[in-house]
Design a binder for this molecule. Structure first.
Ligand code: HEM
Length: 469
């Protein structure tokens, strides 16, 4: 087939007159609009210059699948590594690929559906504790939605993985790093002082934890904590200097929390902004507890495969829909040797060593000719088995580098939503105090990470009034 192809062409380029930054501002202003505009103007594959890097944007299903499969073995995912280096402040030459490979394959095991039941008891218990503290003002105080979700998930995940010695009060530092990741990645652009300081102090905390954690001491800790002792052991037994061990740990923490918190924030925003969606899902959860599950406790201890399609089909569909809508650009790859990307069955485009490829999931997930009324959140879209022109591009990527924490991430997001629906009344507000009900969630500042940053909204949280749960 390849021989039949016309000779490979060069992809068209978006010209920008801004040196080094290139199309950065236009992209950040409205990333989805930017990607759509240029796809219609230049076709499914084009080049763009953003912050000192040349990206080849791929926007068609065949091309994205090709990038994920990488049949010519000519692409590397080291952009992901660059993000982890920036998060953990690791000098690139010190980044230990072998160690990261070990951690990634261990993550696949630790976060698999088979292992989730080990993590679930502490995770759920801690989540409930956080809900109690966030609802203690009875809705009088308002909190940022990202803080509510971020703090709750960060605490619960850390406790279930790393045990009670872990410094869970470090969330504020983590959040500063996460929200400044684009500036940490491009330090030439005024280093973000607070984020740099936060990274330093979180690394120091992680250093103390790595020194202190003793995992054999059953008298000191409950048996069901420490879901990920092996991960800590591998970092500790590496030959890296302690600052790099802390950096690797922080990089891993970034992979663990960053996308889950952001994606969960999108998911909850979709549910909270539409009161009819919230009411339908609440009815489903109420009904399931009592029929599918004997009690809330039974649901909390159910294996992950029971919390989904058959028992809570609308919630399952809602999460799939939020994942479809919240994917920014799933994959980033660097070309390691010149190769070709298919444009269609006949044409292909040359890409050159050193260029970055950016697989634009929005071009599939957000297009009306693929999904009817594609930009709207339709809670039952995946319930009715509607036929779509293509499956959505997965938020978790695909191929050899597909997300290793996807099972646990799905569990986290579902459990968080279920417990909110069952136990809390939450109202959602814009920063100016007006109600955000009826609004469509919007993306804020954007960088090529797998999930867009949602715009800041606030919530008032109180215990559910019409429930005895
Ligand atoms: C909703 C939450 C999450 C989303 C949307 C997400 C998405 C992704 C994506 C798109 C990739 C890159 C795939 C690629 O480059 O081909 C990735 C990689 C990865 N993710 Fe996640 N992720 C999430 C949660 C998690 C969690 C909870 C963990 C647990 C540690 C995790 C661990 C990893 C690891 C280790 C990799 C690197 C895989 C490799 O290079 O082989 N992720 N994730």
């Amino acid at each position: 087939l390849k021989q039949d192809k016309l000779s490979a062409k060069t992809a068209p380029t978006i010209h920008s007159f801004v040196p080094w930054l290139g199309s950065f501002f236009e992209f950040c202003w409205d990333a989805q609009g930017f990607l759509r505009k240029w796809r219609f103007k230049l076709g499914p594959i084009y080049r763009v210059h953003i912050v000192g890097r040349e990206f080849v944007v791929v926007s068609h299903a065949e091309g994205i699948a090709h990038v994920m499969r990488d049949p010519q073995k000519s692409l590397t995912n080291d952009f992901n590594t660059t993000i982890l280096e920036a998060a953990g402040d690791i000098i690139p030459q010190h980044f230990d690929q072998v160690l990261f490979g070990k951690l990634a394959s261990l993550a696949l095991r630790t976060f698999s559906n088979r292992n989730v039941p080990r993590l679930a008891p502490v995770f759920n218990r801690q989540l409930l504790r956080n809900f109690n503290s966030f609802s203690s003002s009875g809705g009088r105080e308002r909190v940022s939605l990202t803080n509510f979700i971020g703090q709750s998930l960060y605490n619960s995940v850390c406790m279930s993985l790393w045990g009670p010695h872990f410094p869970i009060d470090s969330f504020a530092d983590f959040q500063l790093i996460d929200s400044n990741i684009s500036r940490l990645l491009s330090p030439m652009l005024f280093p973000p002082r607070k984020a740099v300081q936060a990274r330093k102090s979180l690394k120091a905390e992680l250093g103390k934890y790595l020194q202190r954690a003793s995992f054999g001491d059953k008298d000191e800790v409950e048996e069901d904590v420490y879901g990920a002792t092996e991960i800590v052991e591998i970092i500790r037994s590496s030959n890296l200097p302690s600052s790099d061990q802390q950096g690797v740990f922080l990089g891993f923490m970034f992979a663990l929390h960053s996308n889950s918190i952001r994606m969960s924030t999108w998911f909850m925003t979709y549910l909270l902004c539409d009161t009819s969606v919230w009411a339908r899902l609440r009815d489903e959860v109420d009904l399931a507890i009592g029929t599918e599950f004997e009690s809330l406790e039974a649901l909390l201890s159910a294996p992950p495969h029971r919390i989904g399609g058959d028992t809570l089909p609308l919630l399952d569909s809602a999460l799939k829909e939020a994942l479809r809508l919240s994917v920014a650009a799933v994959l980033m790859r660097r070309v390691t040797q010149n190769c070709e990307l298919p444009v269609n069955d006949i044409d292909s485009v040359k890409v050159t060593e050193g260029e970055y490829i950016f697989a634009n999931g929005c071009a599939i997930n957000m297009e009306d000719d693929v999904f009817e009324d594609a930009c709207s959140f339709r809670v039952d879209r995946f319930l009715k088995n509607e036929s779509h022109k293509s499956a959505p591009v997965s938020a978790f990527g695909g191929g050899a580098h597909m997300c290793k924490g996807r099972d646990f991430a799905m569990y986290e997001m579902k459990m968080f939503a279920i417990l909110c629906l069952k136990l809390l009344d939450i109202s959602i507000e814009n920063p100016d105090g007006s109600s955000a009900e009826g609004q469509s969630p919007k993306a804020d500042y954007v960088y090529p990470t797998p999930v867009f940053f949602p715009k800041e909204l606030f919530v008032r949280i109180q215990k559910r009034r019409d429930s005895t749960a």
